[in-house]
Design a protein around this ligand. Structure first.
Ligand code: FMN
Length: 378
């Protein structure tokens, strides 16, 4: 990193990221070794999305669990070859192969596992025998954080290494009811404060720092500054990393972001039973009109998917879009995706974020100095 970095480091136990930015895991092959290693090389935490990661393995339709395990192992090793930085894996709790993927991540001594789309309560005991890998649940409420902390304390005598708090402006599946998404009471600012209060209690009790990381709609360096001022130790950002050269998705997928208008970002009812934010497409318009997209389910990848009733297969639809076939699928995206107007490198993006952060910090300092000076005159 050539640019002077004024951002504070992000500490997760003995891990220290030079910049407090986690690149959010994006499944079905959107964030693999290429994107994650590029982010790690810039001093952030690069995250491999693990759901559907085995889709290019020959035996995916016959033995998806083995295919996913093999592909995850390969991607972690590829990322490690390209960086000495911090690499994480995102494993959704809702996956039917959660335990298998966690085992691979721990075996490969990945630095951190981040886990949302459900509450990470039941963790295979073997995980606790090798605690080199940090574990960070992704939550959307203080209640969820409290439940996880209480459960882990009682069941494992341990607590997680940090929390990501994901607000309603995020991309992909959302941990909110549809009517909560635009309700200011559920804003990221509000839920962050509530989670910080809970975590602070456990942090004191265990005499341990538990970083809380804010996510969902964070777009500029100025945003990063604001959330850190509110008490976050760092941020998780996904949408902004899509239109980078290093992102592992197809050019068509990235162009869907660049071409998206504000109105194109819509909330859908995912077959998984959660709302999700995506870019409007012909496929989604068809589904909204009641059309069904017939499919065969080979593996039931998500615990909560009722594939017999579902009008389409979400794994197929997201995989098609990631590969460039947006006619037969759709792209998940955060509420700010429409603000992206061009492709850039991860290096350029991080440099822009650092500059924005520094500008906000300086502006804030100037205001404070002026207020103090005027108070001195009184
Ligand atoms: C294309 C896309 C795919 C995503 N896939 C996952 C995923 O597999 N697992 C997960 O926990 N979150 C997933 N997310 C959520 C992000 O990791 C991240 O927390 C969130 O999008 C942050 O908000 P932002 O996109 O506004 O920065 C996804 C988001 C996007 C945009």
């Amino acid at each position: 990193m050539n640019l002077t970095n004024f951002m504070p480091v992000l500490r997760i136990g003995n891990l220290e990221a030079k910049i407090p930015i986690i690149q959010g895991g994006m499944s079905v092959g959107i964030s693999l070794s290429n994107l994650s290693s590029a982010v790690a090389n810039e001093g952030g935490i690069g995250v491999i999305g693990s759901a559907g990661i085995g889709m290019f393995e020959e035996d995916f339709n016959k033995n998806y669990k083995e295919a996913n395990k093999r592909a995850l192992r390969k991607e972690i090793r590829r990322a490690r070859e390209r960086t000495d930085g911090i690499i994480g894996v995102n494993i959704m709790v809702a996956l039917t192969d959660f335990d298998d993927l966690l085992k691979v991540a721990v075996d490969e001594e990945v630095d951190v596992v981040l886990s949302g789309a459900g509450l990470p309560l039941k963790i295979p005991v073997e995980y606790f025998e090798n605690r080199r890998t940090k574990f960070i649940p992704i939550v959307s409420s203080a209640k969820a954080a409290d439940l996880i902390l209480r459960y882990w304390e009682r069941s494992y005598g341990e607590i997680p290494d940090g929390f990501v708090v994901e607000g309603p402006m995020a991309g992909g599946h959302l941990g909110f009811k549809k009517d909560q998404i635009d309700d200011p009471r559920y804003s990221l600012e509000n839920i962050l404060q509530a989670v910080l209060m809970i975590v602070e209690r456990y942090s004191r009790k265990h005499s341990r720092e538990i970083p809380v990381i804010a996510a969902g709609g964070i777009y500029t360096g100025e945003d990063i500054y604001e959330f850190m001022k509110l008490g976050a130790s760092g941020v998780q950002m996904a949408t902004r990393f899509v239109a980078t050269y290093e992102c592992d998705a197809s050019m068509e997928f990235k162009m869907a972001y660049i071409n998206a208008k504000k109105d194109d970002l819509i909330i859908i009812d995912s077959p998984v039973g959660l709302p999700g934010r995506a870019i409007r497409s012909e496929f989604l318009d068809d589904v909204a009109k009641g059309k069904r997209k017939p499919f065969r389910c080979f593996w039931k990848c998500l615990k909560s998917c009722d594939f017999r009733k579902s009008p389409y297969c979400i794994a197929d639809a997201l995989t098609n879009a990631k590969g460039g076939n947006l006619k037969d699928g759709f792209a998940f995206a955060g509420a700010n995706a429409y603000r992206i107007s061009k492709m850039m490198s991860v290096k350029e993006l991080i440099a822009e974020l650092i500059r924005g952060y520094e500008k906000a910090r300086r502006d804030d300092e100037n205001i404070r100095e002026k207020v103090e000076a005027s108070q001195g005159e009184e």
